[in-house]
Design a protein around this ligand. Structure first.
Ligand code: C2E
Ligand code: MG
Ligand code: MG
Ligand code: MG
Length: 280
């Protein structure tokens, strides 16, 4: 019986895998056309300083509106773009679009804030990252300090040699660096002090354990303390509830990104609704 089950499982498994490969190939082909066909767009999720209720920045998050499949999550298509190498062109487009949007809001007289852009490890491997960032800033006229580049903790810790070299080159341009999804790797606490970074973003997985798991709460408290002692800024990602917010405030984390305040919004939604919150 066990043997029979095992056999069935193997069959299901390989059918699933075949479907999976086909789907990825389909998406990979479609993704090549997505840029030209303007199917990619950015949403912007506001970041809030709790004590003053001000918007202090945005994170640019990419979306793909496929004509047949609808909206596809970056969690699905970014890995596919990385595999095919297309991530470099997509990443360049994200940088240009996000910088241009931030500059446009500044030109309209709103208080200047930072725009954060996510980077893929493949963009570091290209060897051109700093010149691509430099040219995005020059083309859009955005002052470097209003651009923040996000790199995940996993990338910094695993690919340290060339990544750290690039991070220094990027810092030299005057942009800020933050470590995304912080707390999910093990080896990082002691190495954080040597990295050219300005801010850490506490991973949502920890935030979800607030009021659920006191050990995760302890880890959050230590991350906040560590950031302060190292002179780094810290922001909590994925904050959804009043209880989570109260805990973070109590522990001294005053900057928040999450559905509690705002979901990622289109530029139009921001134009219509919340830009007045940026006025000093
Ligand atoms: P990330 O950079 O860690 O972005 C945060 C994710 O958490 C976003 O998902 C955001 O919509 C979601 N989020 C924010 N607040 C909340 C909340 O309160 N509750 C919940 N449940 N979710 C929240 P999204 O937009 O689906 O992006 C997923 C990941 O895809 C990003 O994680 C990032 O790693 C990657 N990504 C997005 N845009 C880009 C891009 O332009 N380039 C690259 N290389 N990666 C990107
Ligand atoms: Mg991010
Ligand atoms: Mg994150
Ligand atoms: Mg993530």
């Amino acid at each position: 019986d066990a043997k029979k089950n095992g056999k069935n499982q193997a069959i299901f498994c390989s059918e699933d895998m075949k479907e999976d490969v086909q789907k990825r190939m389909l998406l990979s082909n479609a993704l090549h056309q997505a840029l030209e066909r303007n199917e990619l767009f950015l949403q912007y999720q506001p970041q809030v300083r709790v004590s003053s209720q001000e918007i202090i920045g945005f994170e640019a998050l990419i979306r793909w509106k496929h004509p047949e499949f609808g909206i596809i999550s970056p969690a699905v298509f970014i890995p596919i773009a990385e595999e095919s190498g297309l991530i470099n062109r997509i990443g360049e487009w994200v940088l240009l679009t996000a910088c241009a949007q931030n500059k446009e809001w500044q030109d309209r007289g709103f208080k200047p804030v930072q725009m954060a852009v996510n980077l893929s490890v493949k963009q570091f491997q290209s060897g051109y990252l700093d010149s691509i960032v430099k040219s995005a800033l020059e083309k859009t006229g955005l002052t470097p300090r209003y651009l923040e580049l996000e790199i995940t903790e996993g990338i910094v810790m695993k690919e340290s040699k060339y990544v750290i070299k690039s991070l220094h080159a990027l810092k030299d341009l005057g942009v800020s660096i933050s470590i995304d999804d912080f707390g999910t790797e093990f080896s990082s606490l002691s190495r954080l002090k040597d990295l050219p970074v300005d801010r850490i973003k506490i991973d949502m997985k920890f935030i979800q354990e607030i009021a659920v798991n006191s050990k995760d709460e302890a880890v959050i408290a230590v991350m906040i303390y560590l950031a302060k002692r190292l002179g780094l800024k810290i922001i909590a990602e994925g904050v959804e509830t009043e209880v989570q917010l109260a805990f973070l405030k109590d522990e001294g984390c005053d900057e928040i990104q999450g559905y509690y305040y705002y979901k990622p919004l289109s530029a139009n939604e921001i134009n219509r609704g919340i830009l007045d919150l940026l006025i000093k």
